[in-house]
Design a protein around this ligand. Structure first.
Ligand SMILES: C[S@@+](CC[C@H](N)C(=O)[O-])C[C@H]1O[C@@H](n2cnc3c(N)ncnc32)[C@H](O)[C@@H]1O
Length: 258
C-alpha cells in the first residue's frame, strides 16, 4: 500500500461539509456526549472549553446539562451554524474562531476536542495543541478527547468497517455520502468520499473529496500527554466501557493537568 502524506487541515477544510454536517453526525454524537457528561459530573466540572466545537454537538448537549461552555473552532462555516443554532434555541453561548494549537480563552475546569478532531493535526501540531490545552486548564483540570485506535484499524480487515454509505432526505432534497478508507502503519488514515446531491427534479450534483487523519495507539497518546504535563486517568471506549487494543474502534482519553 502506498504511503500517503498528512498535513494539518486548513481552516477551510469543513466549508463544503458544514451545511450537511448535523444531518449526518448529530445522532451519532449522543453516545460520546453521555459519556463526557458522566465524566464531568463525577469530577465536579463546571466550566468547559470545546476547542473543536464544529456546529456545537457537544456544546449544546453540555449547556443543557448545566455546564458553562465556550465553543471554539477554526472553521467559520461550522461556527456560523453553531451560532445560528444558539439563536434558535435562545441560549447565550460564546463562540470564538481559533486554532486549537494557539487559542487562549481563559482557565477552564475541562477542555474537550471530540470526534477525531486531533486527527486533523500532524503529530507535531498535536503536541503544540496539548501544550496549549495545558495553559487553558486550571491546575488538575481535565482534557478529554477521542481518536481512532491505530491497533484496531491495522487488525485484520477492520479498516473496511469504517466504510460508510449514508443517505439523508430533507423535504425534496436527497444527500448521499459514500466513503472508504485506507490505513498505513504510521497511522495515516486516508478517506475517499463521493457525494450525490439532488433537489427535486434539479440535475444531480456529484462531487468527491479526499482527506487524511493522523490516528494513534493508546500508548502513543499516553506518552505524548505525559511528556507534556498530563497524567492519564483513563482510556476507554467512547461509551465508557473497557478498552481493547484490537477490538475498540475509538479511544476516549481522560487526562489530568499536573
Ligand atoms: C469531526 S469535526 C468535530 C466537531 C464536533 N466536536 C463534533 O463532535 O461534531 C472536527 C472539527 O475540528 C475542527 N478543526 C480542525 N482543525 C482544527 C484546528 N487546528 N483548530 C480548531 N479546530 C479545528 C474542524 O473545523 C471541525 O469543526
Amino acid at each position: 500500500m502506498s504511503i500517503v502524506s498528512h498535513t494539518s487541515a486548513k481552516p477551510s477544510h469543513y466549508n463544503k461539509e458544514a451545511q450537511n454536517y448535523d444531518a449526518f453526525n448529530e445522532e451519532h454524537a449522543a453516545t460520546i456526549n453521555k459519556c463526557i457528561e458522566e465524566i464531568f459530573k463525577k469530577h465536579q466540572i463546571k466550566t468547559v472549553l470545546d476547542l473543536t466545537c464544529g456546529t456545537g454537538l457537544q456544546v449544546f448537549w453540555l449547556v443543557k446539562q448545566g455546564f458553562e461552555v465556550i465553543g471554539s473552532d477554526i472553521n467559520a462555516e461550522m461556527l456560523k451554524i453553531a451560532k445560528k443554532k444558539a439563536e434558535q434555541k435562545k441560549v447565550n453561548i460564546k463562540f470564538i474562531k481559533g486554532n486549537m494549537c494557539t487559542t487562549q480563552a481563559g482557565k477552564f475546569d475541562a477542555v474537550i476536542t471530540i470526534f477525531n478532531s486531533i486527527g486533523h493535526l500532524t503529530k507535531q501540531d498535536f503536541e503544540k495543541a496539548i501544550q496549549n490545552i495545558h495553559t487553558n486548564l486550571v491546575f488538575h483540570g481535565l482534557y478529554v478527547f477521542d481518536i481512532f485506535n491505530l491497533h484496531y484499524l491495522l487488525e485484520g480487515d477492520n479498516i473496511t468497517k469504517l466504510t460508510i454509505d449514508w443517505l439523508k432526505k430533507c423535504g425534496d432534497a436527497i444527500s448521499r455520502e459514500i466513503q472508504y478508507s485506507t490505513i498505513s502503519h504510521n497511522g495515516i488514515l486516508a478517506s475517499y468520499d463521493i457525494y450525490h446531491e439532488q433537489k427535486g427534479i434539479e440535475k444531480l450534483k456529484i462531487s468527491s473529496s479526499f482527506q487524511t487523519l493522523q490516528v494513534y495507539s493508546r500508548e502513543q497518546l499516553k506518552k505524548m500527554l505525559e511528556n507534556n504535563g498530563f497524567k492519564v486517568l483513563k482510556q476507554c471506549d467512547i461509551d465508557g466501557s473497557k478498552f481493547y487494543d484490537n477490538k475498540t474502534e475509538r479511544i476516549l482519553t481522560l487526562a489530568k493537568k499536573q
